[in-house]
Design a protein around this ligand. Structure first.
Ligand code: FES
Ligand SMILES: [Fe+2]
Length: 461
């Protein structure tokens, strides 16, 4: 029985009704221990000043002290499959040329000329070249970063070409993602991401390809944008259509490391806030996973059956057929639940094999009130083993709907549009507020607090 609130320590209270773990018990199919882990920590209750989202000085401090010292995923390996392929990764004023310089080597060069500083490749660009040439006076480096062309060398007797290699940032690869870090002394990527690589082993991100890629412009600070995806507390007010088939206030939150936390949101299980009984068939009909047209209302829950099990079997068959694998040993939870990992400062990885998405949130240019949100759907490489080309990103402007993106599930587009509305209103509210601080829930909003506490560590050092 739940203890009365008055005798609970801060952060101990949980919503009444079924927890994530109760629902896993009812599934009765033994999901891996990763799904059974519970690792919430109480991190305090202090208010969070809005200045963190509204101050250009704060943003500049992030640019100077945080972004150059953290691991960020820049692109997928499949974006640069051949030697010479490059992808320019930008965050604020920082810019790196992420380049495949040998079949099994990827380097990240600072995107600025050693002569007079000109940007070597345009921001946001990608392409292929066997050298890097400055557009201004033509200084040129080979793929290994060595200066091979210096026009009028006679005028630069003070330049020792051996000392004019293009400076590099560090590169790490996990799950098919290419990560970069501008800090030479940063901890190794695997350590930084722990325990994500091990926890996500069965989701096999490396065996996937980008089947959808949205670049959405958002009217808010980059932290506002991603915080909208760090909690499920907003589902009742923002996405009421999800209530029959999605957990919300019973979502589980875990702090897993300095840089990593997660949320476990149930799919195919009604919200504890729903004030009526729902049948298992209604739950199944309300589930927002993939193409409902394709399902055609054909899925039925037999007497005594569970919507979660039916939906999971549907996706085991569908995804198994696509990738030519037997997925019968995947538990219901692994197939359908939203187990979302966050890797500081801006990456979100969702493990469900039915809906493997990843997010990334970056400042849009150097404007502290604008964000670029990358939303990628990662589908399994087809059973013929031929990796399709990655989906060409579709840019969606602030005022445009996600619905314009070819191939996006219409019900998903509605959900993301609902989130976008909040973001602009929240950023505007910071300005209108008399109380200039956010007050967070101890449990459901702990990941927001965790993110800010980690950010503070970088800003303070
Ligand atoms: S600035 Fe690059 S060659 Fe002159
Ligand atoms: Fe949302």
């Amino acid at each position: 029985m739940n203890k009365p609130f008055s005798i609970l320590a801060p952060g101990e209270a949980r919503c009444p009704g079924d927890s994530v773990q109760d629902v896993l018990d009812a599934d009765g199919d033994n999901p891996p221990p990763v799904y059974r882990r519970q690792a919430y920590q109480y991190l305090g209750s202090d208010d969070l000043p809005f200045e963190r989202y509204t101050s250009k000085a704060f943003f500049d401090r992030e640019m100077e002290r945080m972004w150059p010292r953290v691991w960020q995923w820049a692109c997928r390996e499949e974006h640069i499959p051949e030697v010479g392929d490059y992808y320019v990764y930008d965050v604020g004023l920082h810019s790196l040329i992420v380049m495949r310089t040998a079949p099994d080597t990827i380097k990240a060069y600072y995107n600025a000329c050693l002569h007079r500083g000109t940007k070597l490749k345009p921001s946001g660009s990608a392409g292929s070249s066997l050298s890097i040439s400055c557009p201004f006076h033509g200084w040129t480096w080979n793929l290994s970063g060595e200066l091979t062309r210096l026009l009028c060398e006679w005028d630069f007797p003070h330049v020792n070409k051996e000392e004019f290699n293009l400076p590099e940032a560090r590169v790490g690869v996990w799950g098919g993602f290419v990560f970069v870090n501008m800090d030479e002394n940063a901890m190794p990527l695997e350590e930084y991401l722990a325990p994500l690589p091990e926890d996500a082993r069965r989701a096999a991100f490396e065996d996937r390809y980008v089947s959808l890629h949205v670049e959405k412009e958002l009217p808010c600070n980059w932290k506002v944008a991603q915080e909208a995806f760090l909690e499920a507390y907003h589902l009742l007010a923002t996405h009421p259509q999800l209530l029959p088939a999605s957990g919300d206030i019973n979502t589980q939150y875990d702090i897993l490391g300095q840089h990593v936390d997660r949320l476990y949101n149930l799919v195919g299980s009604p919200s504890p806030l729903l004030e009526r009984e729902v049948s298992q068939q209604e739950i199944l009909d309300s589930m927002v996973l993939g193409d409902r047209e394709q399902l055609g209302g054909a899925l039925r829950v037999p007497d005594g059956g569970r919507a979660r099990a039916i939906m999971a079997q549907y996706f085991r068959d569908l995804v198994g057929e696509q990738c030519g694998r037997d997925l019968s040993d995947f538990s219901v939870a692994e197939v359908i639940d939203t187990l979302g990992y966050f890797a500081f400062p801006n990456a979100h990885f969702f493990l469900a094999i039915s809906f493997p998405i990843v997010y990334r949130f970056r400042p849009l240019g150097t404007d502290h009130t604008r964000t670029l949100f990358d939303l990628l759907l990662l589908s399994p490489v087809p059973k013929d083993g031929v990796r399709p080309d990655p989906y060409e990103p579709v840019r969606v402007k602030i005022e445009e709907s996600y619905g314009i993106v070819p191939g996006i599930d219409p019900s998903m587009a509605v959900i993301y549009d609902q989130d976008t509305g909040n973001m602009g209103w929240q950023q505007e509210g910071f300005g209108a507020a008399k109380k200039k601080r956010a007050t967070l829930g101890n449990y459901q909003e702990v990941r927001i607090r965790h993110m800010h506490q980690t950010l503070d560590k970088y800003l303070a050092d």
